[in-house]
Ligand binder design. Structure first.
Ligand code: APR
Ligand code: PHB
Length: 389
C-alpha cells in the first residue's frame, strides 16, 4: 500500500491529524493496534480549551461538542474548607468546555469512516523502517498476514508506550522526566455532578477533583498511594474519603452511586526532544506526558497535530520543508508552557509525602496568595484556558 502520510495510532492525535490532512487533500492511512471498540472504551479526561474547540470546528468535527458540551465560565479551588472561585470568563474572556475525550474520538472516527479514509484496526507488531530516508515504510500483521505501507512521512501518534518514539536511535533523543509519588484514583458514576463547576481540592489527606461528563454523570478523582489497588477502594470507601476532603457544603452535595468505571493512573511529566527524526514526526502522548491536574494532555495533542498538519500542507502545496523543519521547536514551545503549568498545579494542590513542615507552610501560603491576588488568579486562568491559534 502507498500513501503520503502513515499515521501510527488512532487516539485523538492520530484521528485529528488524519482529519486535518484529509481536509487538505493529503492521503493518509492510520494503523491502530487495538479494535475501534477498545479505543472507544477507554475513559480519559474531558476538558476542552477554547482553542481546541475552534480547531475541532475547523476540522469539521465540532458540531456535537458545541451542542452537547458543557460550557464552563469558572472553576473552584478549595482549601482549608474555603472555596475560591476562579472566574475564567471575566479574567480571560474565554471559557472551557467539558466534553469527554471518548466523545471526541467517536466524532473523529465517524467523520473518518464517512469520508472513507482508511484505518487499519487490530494491526499487530507495527515496525518502522528507513525513517531517515525519503521513502519510509511501516510493516505490520493483520489476521496473520503481513502488510506494508510505503509513504513520504510517518506520524508517530501512538501514545507514551508506542513504537514510534522507541524506533528513534537513543543518541538522537533527550528525555526529561518527573514521576510523582502518588496516583489518581478516578471514578465515573451515574450521579449528578457535586457542583455545577469543577472543584479542585487541596487537603491534608490529599488532592481531590470533582468533575463531570453531563448533568447526570460525575467524574471524580482523589489522590491515592502509588501502591494502592482499585480493589482496595470499594465505592463506599471512595465516597467516604472524598467527603473528608471536601468543604462541608460540597460534601453535603455528594450523591453517591455505584461506579461505572474505576481506575488508578500514575502522574508523570515527560518530554522527548526533538519531536522529529528524519521523516518520523512525533505528536501527542508519544512525545510528552503531563500530569492531569492542568487538564492539558488532550489540548496539547491537538496543538501538536495542528502545527504538524500545517507543516505537511506547506510541504505538499509549495515543496518547502521549512514548516516540517520548524515543527519540533514550534510544538515544544507550547509543550513546555503546558508542562510548567501542569507541574505547578500539581505541586500546588497535592500532598507530597516527602514534604517537610516548611514545604507545607509554603504550599498553604501560595494558596492564600492565589485567593487574595487578582493577578495570581489571572495567571492561573490564562494558563488554564490555553492559548489561541
Ligand atoms: N501500533 C499501532 N497503534 C499503537 C501502537 C502500535 N505499536 N502503540 C500504541 N498504539 C495506539 C494505542 O492503542 C492508542 O489507541 O496509539 C493510540 C495512542 O492514543 P493515546 O494514548 O490516546 O495518545 P494520543 O492520541 O496522543 O492522545 C493524547 O490522550 O491519553 C490521552 O492524556 C492523553 O489526553 C491525552 C491524549
Ligand atoms: C476530567 O473531567 O476528567 C478532568 C477534568 C479536569 C482535569 C482532569 C480531568 O484537570
Amino acid at each position: 500500500m502507498r500513501t503520503q502520510v502513515a499515521i501510527i495510532g488512532a487516539g485523538p492525535s492520530g484521528l485529528l491529524l488524519g482529519q486535518l490532512l484529509h481536509n487538505q487533500g493529503i492521503a493518509n492511512v492510520i494503523l491502530e493496534q487495538r479494535s475501534g471498540e477498545y479505543v472507544l472504551s477507554r475513559i480519559r479526561a474531558g476538558l476542552i480549551e477554547a482553542g481546541t474547540a475552534d480547531l475541532l470546528d475547523r476540522a469539521g468535527v465540532g458540531a456535537r461538542l458545541r451542542r452537547e458540551g458543557l460550557r464552563h465560565e469558572g472553576i473552584e479551588i478549595n482549601f482549608d474548607g474555603k472555596r475560591q472561585r476562579i472566574d475564567l470568563q471575566k479574567l480571560t474572556g474565554k471559557i472551557i468546555t467539558v466534553y469527554g475525550q471518548t466523545e471526541i474520538t467517536h466524532d473523529l472516527m465517524e467523520a473518518r469512516s464517512t469520508a472513507g479514509v482508511p484505518t487499519i484496526y487490530e494491526a499487530a507488531g507495527a515496525s518502522l523502517h528507513d525513517i531517515a530516508t525519503d521513502q519510509p515504510r511501516v510493516r505490520y500483521h493483520k489476521d496473520g498476514v503481513e502488510g506494508e505501507i510505503v509513504c513520504d512521512f510517518i506520524a508517530g501518534c501512538d501514545g507514551f508506550h508506542g513504537v514510534s518514539r522507541q524506533t528513534i536511535p537513543e543518541a538522537a533523543l533527550r528525555h526529561y522526566e518527573r514521576v510523582y509519588p502518588f496516583g489518581w484514583l478516578g471514578v465515573l458514576s451515574e450521579t449528578p455532578p457535586i457542583s455545577p463547576e469543577l472543584i479542585y481540592v487541596s487537603h491534608q489527606r490529599g488532592f481531590a477533583l470533582c468533575s463531570m461528563r453531563s448533568f447526570t454523570r460525575s467524574r471524580v478523582y482523589i489522590q491515592c498511594r502509588l501502591d494502592d489497588h482499585v480493589e482496595d477502594w470499594p465505592d463506599e470507601r471512595f465516597w467516604g474519603e472524598l467527603k473528608l476532603r471536601l468543604d462541608p457544603q460540597s460534601a453535603s452535595a455528594i450523591v453517591t452511586g455505584s461506579s461505572i468505571e474505576k481506575s488508578i493512573a500514575p502522574l508523570r511529566s515527560f518530554v522527548a526532544e526533538p519531536m522529529r527524526f528524519g521523516r518520523l514526526f512525533l505528536a501527542g502522548d508519544a512525545a510528552h506526558i503531563v500530569p492531569p491536574t492542568g487538564a492539558k494532555g488532550l489540548n496539547l495533542a491537538a496543538s501538536d497535530v495542528y502545527y504538524l498538519s500545517q507543516a505537511f500542507a506547506e510541504f505538499y502545496d509549495t515543496g518547502s520543508s521549512a514548516g516540517l523543519d520548524g515543527y519540533s521547536d514550534r510544538a515544544l514551545a507550547r509543550v513546555w508552557q503546558a508542562e510548567r503549568f501542569s507541574w505547578w498545579m500539581t505541586r500546588l494542590l497535592h500532598r507530597f509525602p516527602e514534604d517537610s513542615g516548611f514545604d507545607r507552610r509554603i504550599q498553604r501560603a501560595e494558596l492564600e496568595f492565589l485567593a487574595s491576588s487578582q493577578s495570581a488568579q489571572a495567571a492561573l486562568a490564562e494558563n488554564y484556558v490555553g492559548l489561541p491559534y
